[in-house]
Write a protein that binds this ligand. Sequence first.
Ligand code: COA
Length: 335
Amino acid sequence: MADVSTTQPAARIAGTGHYVPEKVLTNLDLEKMVDTSDQWIVERTGIRERRIAAEGETTSDMAAEAARRALAKAELEATDIDLILVATVTPDMPLPSTAMFVQQKIGARADCPGFDLAAACAGFIYGLSIAEKYVRTGAAKNVLVIGVELLSRVLDWTDRGTCVLFGDGAGAVVVSPARDDGRGIASTHIYGDGRLAESLCIPAGGSREPASHETVDKNRHLVKMIGQDIFKVAVKNLTAASVTALEHNGLSPDDVDWVVPHQANSRILEGVSRRCGVPMDRFYINIDRFGNTSSASVPIALDEGVRNGTLKPGMNLLMCALGGGIAWGSALVRL
Ligand code: COA
């Protein structure tokens, strides 16, 4: 592994954690619910099964459990956290923020600020970018960044074009000041393009189309997606953001130990791999077991890889994600 990093990062990932619900929904289960097949889902997406939250389980429950696990790994108490960022498009409620429920559930300080950020599948990269800047400026010492989604409650279980793709789960990291060892968050780059805003959306339930009997009857409060619109830009934009991360840090594809990507579709990732020059055997993939968990997917993969020993201290990790908005971004982390 070449040591080509020129700058000392200001912030590092001090601990990681994730939580997924126990209930597994397989492609065979879905075959009984909609007109689909295990073969179609595996060939088109790489997904074999996904997790579904239990009745009564909330977004903040999952977020808090992932946060507790990340805090334990960082050897910090909840009271050491100075800011809580919750990336989600499936908050407990539209008001207040899920971050405030998490504050209470993990026992963070009662004056600890926190907010939700809605950047869909790119939410964790956006959160990491914000946390890095708070730590870099000294405005916060320890920032909790959580990506969490409970998409099963906003999916249209009669729409085979969307319901087979997504799953529930949470991932969390603690971002803390870097030590003087070259390890840490070397760069983050985030982007957005509102021209495709309605290609992936939940049309009703907000202020534009408030919830009503009619919106519910028409399933307008559930996820709508024009998958092909997203697919086309995903490969292009994820590649561009990944190449930018490498160039910014003076790294070549060979210097990347692992890509830890958003897990939306294995065909998208094969396209990114071909174009950015990092072979697929260095992409950390767990889409087969969890499906697309939106903002939770990168931190779930990160924590899983750390805990199973695949992602080791000192390795160069390239993270990239893209989703509704459309919003996308990349991060280069020396673990
Ligand atoms: N099972 C069986 N057939 C299905 C199906 C399913 N679950 N979902 C769609 N189909 C059918 C379609 O109806 C269509 O049939 P037709 O040709 O008779 O009209 C056919 O399969 C092809 O559909 P298409 O939408 O062209 O498939 P695709 O190859 O583009 O794959 C996605 C669909 C959703 C998997 C793909 O577009 C994708 O992954 N897009 C990006 C989605 C994404 O990343 N979203 C989240 C942002 S992070």
